[in-house]
Write a protein that binds this ligand. Structure first.
Ligand SMILES: [Zn+2]
Length: 306
């Protein structure tokens, strides 16, 4: 075991032994470095996916940890590729898993079988992930030249004039902000004055007729005046027609007696004895109620018979 304290024994010679670990003939990582001369360091490795052991064919779940022999086996550009060699805990078989920096994942190299549970977008209704095509044909230099010439022409004939026009437009409106602001404020001041006067008139009108504060009135002109007159006339006519029809209805029902006496005598036949010839609204109402109750009792008695 490597030393854990700073005790220097009496026979420790700094010139001979460079460190305490060297004095004891131990590596700083202790027993885990027992195969360091073969380039192997023993590390704790956790299975990144489910596998089946190739020797005993048992299922080994994701997350099971092993004392794996970690070793550098190559490079992907400057990234080292590591291999982890683990001994199955259910049998004596070994399996090896390597890192895959290109695809940022782990691959089973030997001794086991990975359970394929990776998310496949194509299988699940998405789009497949494609690498850029390595076998694409080389670019045609003439076509490329034509394209660049077209782009140059487009820039000279369309884009540059457009940019210049925008620039001059911007200069026109941005060159003298003081004068522009002055003009704008002068205009607004005049408009504000007119608006204020109009509001004063409107408010007095609203308060006169008890209209709500939020109601906005239209500006007065010949047209609106004529329209308003028209509307008023129409409304008046409608109101009169309504009143007339109401009166006619009352006469039909009998609440208000008809004017010709010949017609009246037929409606007040049952109350001949009590009534005089003068039209009496109270009397006619009484007659109607009596007639109605009589008809109702008649209906009831006929229903009983049946
Ligand atoms: Zn096994």
């Amino acid at each position: 075991m490597q030393g854990f304290n700073k005790y220097y024994p009496p026979d420790f010679d700094g010139s001979k032994h460079s460190s305490l670990n060297a004095y004891r003939g131990k590596h700083a990582l202790g027993d885990r470095a027992r195969k360091i001369d073969q380039g192997i360091l023993i590390t704790r490795f956790e299975l990144p996916f489910n596998i089946w052991c190739g020797t005993c064919n048992n299922h080994i779940g994701m997350g099971v940890r092993y004392n794996a022999e970690k070793k550098k086996v190559g490079n992907y550009y400057s990234t080292p590729i590591y291999s982890f060699r683990c001994k199955c805990h259910l049998c004596d078989g070994w399996f090896e898993i390597q890192t895959d920096p290109k695809n940022t994942r782990y691959v089973v190299v030997s001794g086991a079988r990975k359970k394929e549970e990776d998310w496949d977008p194509e299988e699940n209704g998405g789009f497949a992930v494609h690498d850029t095509d390595p076998n694409a044909a080389p670019v045609d230099p003439l076509a490329a030249l034509e394209k660049s010439t077209d782009a140059q022409n487009h820039m000279n004939k369309v884009q540059v004039p457009r940019l210049e026009a925008l620039q001059s437009h911007s200069d026109h409106f941005g060159s003298d902000p003081y004068a522009l602001s002055l003009r704008a404020r002068k205009k607004f001041r005049v408009e504000k004055k007119i608006d204020k006067e109009k509001k004063l008139v409107d408010d007095s009108l609203k308060s006169k007729y008890g209209l709500p504060e939020t109601l906005s009135l239209t500006a007065e002109s010949e047209d609106t005046r004529a329209q308003a007159k028209e509307e008023w006339l129409r409304g008046r006519q409608e109101f009169e027609a309504q009143q007339m029809s109401k009166k006619r209805k009352l006469v039909d029902v009998g609440v208000v007696p008809r004017l010709p006496p010949a017609l009246r005598s037929s409606s007040s036949k049952s109350s001949e004895s009590s009534s005089s010839n003068l039209p009496n609204p109270l009397e006619s109402l009484r007659t109607r109620i009596l007639r109605n109750t009589a008809s109702k009792t008649r209906l009831k008695s006929s229903g009983l018979k049946r």
